[in-house]
Design a protein around this ligand. Structure first.
Ligand SMILES: *[C@@H]1O[C@H](CO)[C@@H](O)[C@H](O)[C@H]1NC(C)=O
Ligand SMILES: *[C@@H]1O[C@H](CO)[C@@H](O)[C@H](O)[C@H]1NC(C)=O
Ligand SMILES: *[C@@H]1O[C@H](CO)[C@@H](O)[C@H](O)[C@H]1NC(C)=O
Ligand SMILES: *[C@@H]1O[C@H](CO)[C@@H](O)[C@H](O)[C@H]1NC(C)=O
Ligand SMILES: *[C@@H]1O[C@H](CO)[C@@H](O)[C@H](O)[C@H]1NC(C)=O
Ligand SMILES: *[C@@H]1O[C@H](CO)[C@@H](O)[C@H](O)[C@H]1NC(C)=O
Ligand SMILES: *[C@@H]1O[C@H](CO)[C@@H](O)[C@H](O)[C@H]1NC(C)=O
Length: 415
């Protein structure tokens, strides 16, 4: 029988304010490559949800991580997120409004992002603006001409540069690269054809500089076409990465379809390396041959993050694998001022050290919007806005205050 004193203790324990649960789960990095030998795992599920072992302690750690917003595989991730990171829900909708780009405009304290290509045949793409001061959203309007089907984007030299794609929502629009002055809202078309052939699906872009010269790289994949042939035009150009050199007035393909089904593209802070993600999911490469579709056919690629050197002519050379995506593909990519590489993958936003070690995860099981999860549409992109991470949950939008400035306002890679 309990004494009065211990009952009082029990009561005070019950009525005491509950300690906020620590939302970060730390998984030893060793568990990513060494597990009890009878483990089982599944490529179609995340590491923490799809892996079971005979070790109770490891299983319960993975289970605990499955519902957590933050998973740290390395101490350095704790330095990025701090002791008490707090997810903040900005909006939660039934439409796929928060999907691509993720452009921070420091001068206006805004983040611009674009709606999902998944709904592009029924709802023409549009841009939404997040005001970081007030945490309010509004649709971008009042531009000098309409911005049709915006996709990936990059902030450079006072302008937002946007990759736009053609779709059945507007048969006359061919897509291409445009620029928008965020103050005057003046829109200009930068490029939209290769000798009269439209690009397939301009997806993402980045500006790089070398001394006084500047170069624009953009990716032109075609993954919209295979699953949705009615929504997109038949490809006429091979997929690949292109480079525009305004000094020489020169547009060139610089990475061929034999190397990549490209998606996101970013540059390292020292401008010496180019990162490009490949959109071929693992299970697609497991079939020996995909039906060839025009010149853009793909075959034995994989969900890699590739790293290239940018040589003295500012051309990408020496391709090597920088990272392999655990589940799905890496879509959007951003590099922070320390050279860490952040990618949006099916598991969530994965952060890799400059050497390629996965140091942590912003867990999709927590951040992906419910409507997006129900339609199996993964998180595609996010923004690094100073010390704020803006997560596009596709049908939801979150911010997380970081413990450090990931990308500073005067960084050469504001992105
Ligand atoms: C993963 O999903 C793909 C596509 O649905 C399927 O073909 C493959 O068999 C699955 N792999 C496993 C290990 O379940
Ligand atoms: C947060 O940043 C400060 C300053 O850089 C650092 O001293 C501290 O260790 C960081 N916090 C964590 C949890 O790493
Ligand atoms: C939460 O857990 C992480 C990982 O173990 C730790 O670094 C952090 O200090 C903890 N935060 C608090 C407030 O205890
Ligand atoms: C988002 O809204 C849905 C209903 O549409 C709701 O079930 C869900 O809990 C909401 N998500 C968050 C994170 O509040
Ligand atoms: C433009 O957006 C603002 C803010 O959301 C709104 O008040 C205004 O009515 C919009 N204008 C048009 C022409 O849609
Ligand atoms: C369709 O695209 C053309 C440019 O090719 C543009 O002028 C027109 O405004 C677009 N229509 C809609 C509804 O967006
Ligand atoms: C974890 O996997 C189970 C199937 O084993 C699935 O039903 C559930 O939705 C998954 N949870 C998350 C958060 O992904």
């Amino acid at each position: 029988m309990a004494s009065i004193a211990s009952l009082a203790l029990l009561c005070s324990a019950i009525i005491a304010p509950t300690q906020a649960v620590n939302q970060t789960v730390r998984i030893p990095y060793e568990n990513t490559y060494l597990l009890p030998s009878d483990f089982s795992g599944n490529v179609n599920q995340s590491f923490v949800n799809g892996t079971t072992t005979s070790n109770f302690r490891i299983n319960s750690l993975l289970q605990k991580a499955n519902g957590a917003p933050f998973i740290a595989y390395d101490e350095s991730f704790l330095d990025v997120i701090g002791d008490e990171p707090q997810p903040r829900l900005i909006d939660n909708r039934t439409t796929l409004f928060a999907y691509e780009a993720g452009v921070w405009i420091p001068e206006l304290n805004q983040v611009w992002f674009t709606s999902s290509t998944y709904q592009a045949s029924t709802i023409p793409g549009y841009i939404t603006v997040l005001d970081l001061l007030t945490n309010t959203l509004h649709e971008l309007n009042g531009t000098s001409k309409p911005i049709i089907n915006p996709n990936g984007a990059y902030y450079f030299d006072g302008k937002v540069w946007i990759a736009t794609y053609p779709s059945s929502a507007n048969e006359t629009y061919n897509g291409g690269i445009i620029s928008v002055d965020p103050r005057t809202l003046e829109v200009e078309t930068v490029l939209n054809s290769y000798f009269g052939l439209p690009f397939n699906f301009p997806d993402d872009l980045v500006w790089t500089t070398q001394v006084n010269n500047r170069y624009l790289f953009f990716t032109d994949p075609f993954y919209g076409f295979l699953p949705y042939p009615d929504n997109f035009k038949t490809p006429q150009l091979p997929v690949g990465v292109w480079r525009w050199d305004p000094q020489e007035d020169l547009l060139l393909p610089v990475i061929s379809r034999n190397e990549i089904q490209p998606n996101g593209v970013r540059v390292s802070p020292d401008m010496k390396s180019l990162y490009v993600t490949d959109s071929t999911a693992t299970f697609v490469t497991q079939t020996p041959y995909n039906p060839p579709v025009g010149p853009a056919a793909e075959n034995w690629l994989g969900p890699y993050i590739y790293k290239y050197d940018l040589n003295e002519e500012m051309l990408p050379v020496n391709r090597r694998v920088f990272g392999l995506v655990r589940e799905g593909i890496a879509d959007g990519i951003h590099v922070d001022d320390d050279g860490n590489v952040w990618t949006a993958e099916s598991e969530g936003i994965v952060v890799r050290s400059p050497k390629g070690r996965v140091i942590g995860l912003f867990n999709a099981a927590y951040f992906q919007g419910e409507v997006a999860a129900a339609s199996r549409i993964p998180i595609a992109n996010f923004a690094l806005a100073g010390d704020t991470l803006v997560i596009f949950g596709v049908s939801s939008l979150w911010t997380v205050k970081l413990n450090k400035t990931a990308v500073s306002a005067n960084s050469v890679i504001v992105n």
